[in-house]
Design a protein around this ligand. Structure first.
Ligand SMILES: [Zn+2]
Length: 337
């Protein structure tokens, strides 16, 4: 692996990196309404996006994702902003660059690229060429704004992952990817963790790191990390802070900072190198995760029983890596990291 980019250099120096937490959760706390496009805030409320990134860096994150999860033409079209893809992505990365460069230590700006929200052929209508074009447009905006690396996340279809990797190659940018294993240990489109390990090695742009984000709870996410098996590519673990619960008109995550500290150390023991949170993970969680990773010694690879004992049980008996599990289901989903 070359060390010509900032993330490769950091990965060569350190044996774990702390990523960031939730974007959506934090923006909702700053007043974003569900149904609004968070990406518009890159132009309308740059101060809030600056705070979003700074809060993660001040909590100890070595890497944070830009506010561009839904910044592709297909998603922005829902807000009549499909002509602003380049601008909104460039702005998000520029704000990120400012925050990272002021951190006083190496901090990576990772250009988030979430799913298009469309189903790809043959089951849906989005062609490979269109998907590559959409991700490439977004990638060029992130690159122009100074992102260190592109970061596809919450992907469920292998076809979409392939399109994103081709876009990264076209943009000549290093790239990382995570899929969401939220359906009995598989992605919504049926991919197992072991299948992603095999896929990652043959993508057009080989990822600098790959892994899992979001999904069900922190226990499931760690079972997924174990399921990746041996890989020469660093593994990413970005699990939700517990399980979402609907409470008083909003979604609340029940994972405490202490639980996420346990999760972070177990993720490292399970083989993850880049460790962060997803939905429900606040700076308060990140502070405890950082402290735990710095203070607690590395341990042996945890068993599923040990994970369940510390973090709670699993959402399904099998994660599909043993050949069991449900058939893929096809639904539209608008999940946001
Ligand atoms: Zn999430």
């Amino acid at each position: 692996m070359t060390s010509t980019n900032a993330l490769s250099r950091l990965l060569a120096e350190r044996d774990w990196l702390l990523a960031d937490g939730a974007t959506g959760t934090q923006l909702f706390n700053m007043g974003l309404s569900s149904g609004d496009a968070p990406e518009l805030w890159n132009a309308d409320h740059p101060d809030r996006i600056h705070r979003l990134y700074s809060d993660a860096v001040n909590a100890g994150s070595d890497l944070f994702l830009t506010n561009t999860f839904g910044g592709n033409a297909s998603r922005l079209k829902l807000h009549d902003a499909q002509d602003r893809v380049f601008e909104l992505n460039r702005l998000a990365a520029e704000i990120g660059r400012d925050v990272a460069d002021a951190a006083g230590r190496p901090v990576i700006v990772a250009g988030s690229m979430g799913p298009t929200g469309d189903i790809m052929v043959p089951m849906g209508t989005l062609t490979h060429e269109s998907a590559v074009e959409m991700f490439h447009e977004q990638a060029e905006g992130l690159k122009a704004g100074g992102a260190d690396v592109l970061w596809s996340e919450t992907i469920s279809a292998p076809e979409e992952l392939k399109a994103a990797s081709e876009a990264a190659k076209l943009a000549d940018m290093p790239w990382c990817c995570t899929m969401s294993f939220d359906t009995a240990g598989r992605t919504m489109m049926g991919l197992t963790s072991a299948a992603l390990t095999a896929l990652a090695a043959r993508l057009a742009q080989k990822p600098l790191a790959f892994g899992a984000n979001c999904g069900v709870g922190s226990s499931d996410l760690l079972r997924t990390v174990l399921g990746f098996g041996d890989s020469d590519i660093p593994i990413i673990a970005k699990g939700n802070a517990g399980i979402p619960k609907y409470h008083d008109g909003h979604i609340h995550y029940d994972g405490t900072p202490e639980l996420m500290a346990d999760y972070a150390c177990l993720a490292r023991d399970a083989g993850a190198t880049i460790i962060g949170g997803c939905c429900g993970t606040t700076p308060a969680h990140l502070v405890q995760m950082r402290a735990a990773l710095e203070l607690r010694p590395r341990g042996p690879k945890p068993s599923l029983d040990q994970i369940a004992e510390k973090l709670g049980g699993f959402s399904s008996e099998s994660d599909g890596t043993d050949g069991a599990g449900p058939a893929p289901r096809v639904t539209r989903r608008r999940s946001r990291a």
